[in-house]
Design a protein around this ligand. Structure first.
Ligand SMILES: [Zn+2]
Ligand SMILES: [Zn+2]
Length: 274
């Protein structure tokens, strides 16, 4: 056995040798298993599929080569308001039917990635499995996209809040983790305590866009109106689905005196342009 491994400091007998009855063969096998377990624990794994990685990729996102190929960046042409891609409309940005019929309360929304492929698993791991290490690289990419899309001329960054019981259960707000990294790239302050979610609707999976917009109304309030009056706000969230939540946050922030609310999300659901 190597020096320092499981030594108890009392007469040179190791804990392993006592446990295994001095059998050198068993001790060697047990030591090998221990080393292997430590290697597995300390080696980075793909956050999406669990495969061992040879090292942490330069992007900082813990994804294997196969999973990286399923990640889609959002690119133009897109709706200049909600940021939904609109390739079918030609090479230029065109306001989508939804934004034309019912303009959201935010000024513009953008997302770094399509909410598809390995990005779904990555966001879920960040959201529910405490993979905090993925928030800084995702937030840095969000900051870079926000700068390219000229969403960086803001006074404040505000994460979409969780309802208090959910925050207490989970112990953290993934939007705030992303917002902190985005704020550091943009060199703008993040204020997490400005917005409060006063009602929690739970999963919205079965509800369509109109129903979501109606259900989310009245779910948020501004705690400190003085902090948002005459300010330009960048609202940050992990996933933009229909945009109803972001629009409702923008509505209450604007009503409290914000002069403009833009939205930056890590990922967005891609819908057919209509
Ligand atoms: Zn993978
Ligand atoms: Zn749109």
């Amino acid at each position: 056995m190597g020096p320092g491994l499981c030594q108890d400091g009392g007469g040179g007998r190791s804990l392993l040798s006592r446990a295994l009855g001095h059998s050198p063969g068993l001790i060697r096998i047990a030591a090998g298993i221990t080393r292997r377990l430590l290697d597995i624990t300390l080696t980075p794994c793909c956050t999406a599929c669990g495969q061992l990685l040879s090292g942490v990729p330069e992007s900082g996102l813990s994804l294997c080569d196969a999973c990286v190929t399923t990640v889609q960046r959002i690119s133009h042409p897109l709706c200049p308001v909600c940021g939904n891609p609109c390739q079918a409309a030609g090479p230029h940005d065109v306001t989508c039917g939804d934004c034309s019929r019912s303009p959201p309360h935010f000024h513009r929304a953008r997302a770094s990635f399509a909410y598809a492929g390995a990005m779904v698993r990555l966001v879920m791991q960040l959201k529910y499995a405490r993979h905090f290490d993925q928030a800084p690289p995702l937030g840095r990419i969000m900051g870079a996209v926000a700068a390219v899309e000229e969403l960086d001329d803001v006074d404040l960054i505000v994460p979409v809040p969780l309802a208090v019981p959910r925050f207490v259960r989970r112990g953290y707000n993934q939007a705030a983790l992303l917002g902190r990294a985005t704020a550091s790239i943009l060199g703008r302050p993040m204020k997490a305590g400005i917005l409060r979610r006063v009602r929690d609707l739970g999963p919205q999976g079965r509800h369509g866009p109109r129903e979501r917009a109606a259900r989310v109304r009245g779910c948020f309030s501004v705690i400190d109106e003085g902090m948002v009056q005459n300010r330009r706000v960048l609202l940050v969230d992990d996933v933009l689905t229909t945009g109803a939540t972001a629009s409702e946050c923008a509505r209450v922030l604007t009503r409290a005196g914000a002069v403009r609310v833009d939205v930056m999300a890590c990922a967005r659901a891609i819908r057919d342009s209509g």
